[in-house]
Each structure stands twice: as structure tokens, then as C-alpha cells.
Design a protein around this ligand. Structure first.
Ligand code: GDP
Length: 365
């Protein structure tokens, strides 16, 4: 599965947020498999309004959303890259995630100390990013000389060396690796292979006081501005409120509480959705009387690989994908109607699966 790491300084609300994510997932667990893999890792369902609509048309018994993993990564403080706090342990956890969620404290509360003794989310973001950049710098400085040496005899390594030199320069100047200029897909692959912390996509979560959950506050506005410049998603939430919402027993109670706060959806739902988009993921559906289910693939994936997400046999024996676009499936009230309207397609191995496709795979057993 795809993983988002929750990162931030101590006492910014990471655990509160993570626990709210988990209890939401657990509350919905009746409908789909849920598991806590480790105490700090949890899978959550990705909210998707389309599932209900599909399920209503095909009369499904159950709805199974696709999932995203969240990892609560504790232990980052100033100096982490030099072994302060949990130091290297923290860094190895963050290496395993696909995207990073920066939780930034934007709430004032005299009872809850801040490790830097004042509330300043921009500075906090900077501390976190600096630690990750320093860790990348150290790792690149170790690896580059060895790679350069090998490249003297292995000429095919020339491009890899060139990319690493360029990334090292960027990182040495204090900028994240993701800002390195990349010219083509091959260079991008080299960058990805380096598994750097600062080449992963990031999003910002502003944890504001309860009263500012709907509107944000001056601090979260600053973060939003910075995020926009960096082309990164930014979500405003109040972790305390999210914890409260997730503890409510029924969907109606949750909806009532949300609207009383002037909110349309939970911050958690926004975070999950933003994480999904950040990872460039795409959803396709399978829909039948037993279940309507969402599946996650990477954008650009073709028929067989997409089928392989369900089962490797589907990929190996792939023949074709019976395909109806989501909008057509809804507009023509299901498969029969879509067929009559000429919206039912047989797609082969080259077909790039599109977001919202309702698929039925044909395969040789
Ligand atoms: P972590 O160290 O980043 O995991 O932070 P925690 O989630 O443990 O939160 C630290 C403290 O801040 C706890 O006492 C939380 O109850 C409190 N806290 C978290 N979010 C909020 C919030 O939105 N408002 C206020 N006032 N306190 C919060």
C-alpha cells in the first residue's frame, strides 16, 4: 500500500491526529478490512462519494473503499539528523513512506509547551525540512564518491552521476532535493532510486485552535501562502475537534456536529484525499451485487498492471477489461443502460486505466 508519514515537532498534535484517523477507520471497520499493522501504522479508507452512488445502482451488499496507510513518525527535534531525540530511528521510518505530512502547530495553549518556546509554524516547518535536508546531504556525500569511482569503468553510470552531483549541489545549498531540475523520465528515475527524504512530495497540515477550525487563523494563512508558493497542498484542521468527531457514534451525529461548526467535511477526510492526490494515485471501481469496491493504481497504469492490484492471476492471464466510465455508469443507470448507449468498451493490454473507470476483467485462469 501507499504510505503517508506524519511528521512534526513534539506537541504539535501528531498523535491526536493519528489517533483520530485510526478511530475513524475502526468505527468504519464493519464495512471493510481494517488493520493496525504496528502501533504507529494504520490503514484508513479513502472517502469517495462515488462509491455510494455505484452501490445504489448495482445493489451491492457492501462498500469497500480503497485505503491509504498513515505512519505516525515521532521523534523529530532540532538536531535529529545528528542523532538528537530519536535521531536515526526517525529517519529510517521516514525513508519508508511515499509522501510526508508536515503537522504544524498553529494553536496557542499556555498549558502545552512548545519545544522551541513559541508558536511559529513557519519556523517549525523550516526546522523539520532542515533536518531532512541535512540527512540527505550526509547520505549523498557518502554515496557520490563511490558512484563516481564506479562510473570510471562503468560508463552507463554517467547519467546517474550527473543527476546525483546536481542533487547534491541543491541539497548542499539548503534546498530540498525535490527542487532539483529534472530533464526527463530517466533522470527522474535516478532521483527516485536515491531514496532521499526531501525528494518525497509533502503536504502541510495546520493544526489550529478549536474556534478556528472552519476559518483558519493568521498563522495557518501564512502557512497556506508558503504552501501555495511550493505548489504543495495545505489543509487546516483542529486535531482536538477531529478527535471529538471521530469519537461520535453515528454518521448522523458526525454530520450534525460538523455542520454546527460550519464544516463540510472532516479535516481527516481532507487530509486523506489530499494525500491521495499528492501521490498521483487514481481510483477505479469494481461493482457487483456482492460488493462495490475502489482500487488504487498509479496514474498511467495499463490494464494488466491495474488488474494485478486485485490479483496476480488477473495480471498474468489478462485478456481485456470491460470498461464503463463512472459518469456513463451513473448517467445510464448501470451496465445495461451504458451498453445500449454505446458506452461499454472492451479495452486491451495497452489501455491506460482512467480515474473512475468501472471495470470488469476477463482473464485466462
Ligand atoms: P504530538 O507530540 O505532536 O504527537 O502531540 P499530541 O497529539 O500528543 O498533542 C500534544 C498536546 O497538545 C496534547 O495535550 C493535545 O491534547 C494538545 N493538542 C493537540 N491538538 C490541539 C488543538 O487543536 N488545540 C489545543 N488546545 N490543544 C491541542
Amino acid at each position: 500500500g501507499f504510505k503517508c508519514g506524519i511528521v512534526g515537532l513534539p506537541n504539535v498534535g501528531k498523535s491526536t491526529l493519528f489517533n483520530a484517523l485510526l478511530s475513524t477507520a475502526q468505527a468504519e471497520a464493519a464495512n471493510y478490512p481494517f488493520c493496525t499493522i504496528e502501533p504507529n501504522v494504520g490503514r484508513v479508507g479513502v472517502p469517495d462519494e462515488r462509491l455510494e452512488k455505484l452501490a445504489a445502482i448495482v445493489n451491492s451488499e457492501t462498500i469497500i473503499p480503497t485505503q491509504l496507510e498513515f505512519v505516525d513518525i515521532a521523534g523529530l527535534v532540532r538536531g535529529a539528523s545528528k542523532g538528537e531525540g530519536l535521531g536515526n530511528k526517525f529517519l529510517s521510518h521516514i525513508r519508508e513512506v511515499d509522501a510526508i505530512v508536515y503537522v504544524l502547530r498553529c494553536f496557542e495553549d499556555g498549558n502545552i509547551i512548545h519545544v522551541e518556546n513559541s508558536i511559529d509554524p513557519m519556523r517549525d516547518a523550516d526546522i523539520v525540512e532542515t533536518e531532512l535536508t541535512l540527512a540527505d546531504l550526509e547520505s549523498l556525500e557518502k554515496r557520490l564518491p563511490a558512484l563516481q569511482k564506479r562510473a570510471k569503468t562503468e560508463k552507463e553510470l554517467a547519467e546517474q552521476v550527473a543527476v546525483m552531483e546536481r542533487v547534491l549541489k541543491v541539497v548542499a545549498e539548503g534546498h530540498p532535493a525535490r527542487t532539483t531540475e529534472i530533464n526527463d523520465a530517466s533522470e527522474r528515475r535516478h532521483l527516485e532510486m536515491m531514496q532521499l527524504l526531501t525528494s518525497k512530495p509533502v503536504m502541510y497540515v495546520c493544526n489550529v485552535d478549536e474556534d478556528s477550525a472552519a476559518t483558519g487563523n493568521a498563522l495557518s494563512a501564512k502557512v497556506a501562502e508558503m504552501a501555495k508558493l511550493k505548489n504543495a497542498p495545505c489543509v487546516v484542521i483542529s486535531a482536538r475537534i477531529e478527535a471529538e468527531i471521530s469519537s461520535l457514534p453515528s454518521a448522523e451525529d458526525k454530520a450534525d456536529f460538523l455542520s454546527s461548526l460550519g464544516l463540510e467535511e472532516t479535516g481527516l477526510a481532507q487530509i486523506i484525499k489530499a494525500g491521495y492526490r499528492l501521490l498521483d494515485l487514481v481510483t477505479y471501481f469494481t461493482a457487483g451485487p456482492k460488493e462495490t469496491r475502489a482500487w488504487t493504481i498509479v496514474k498511467g497504469m495499463q490494464g494488466p498492471a491495474a488488474a494485478g492490484v486485485i490479483h496476480t492471476d488477473f495480471e498474468k492471464g489478462f485478456i481485456r477489461a470491460e470498461t464503463i466510465a463512472y459518469d456513463d455508469f451513473i448517467a445510464y443507470n448501470g451496465e445495461q443502460g451504458a451498453k445500449e448507449a454505446g458506452k461499454f468498451r472492451l479495452e486491451g493490454k495497452e489501455y491506460v486505466v482512467q480515474d473512475g473507470d468501472v471495470l470488469h476483467f476477463r482473464f485466462k485462469a
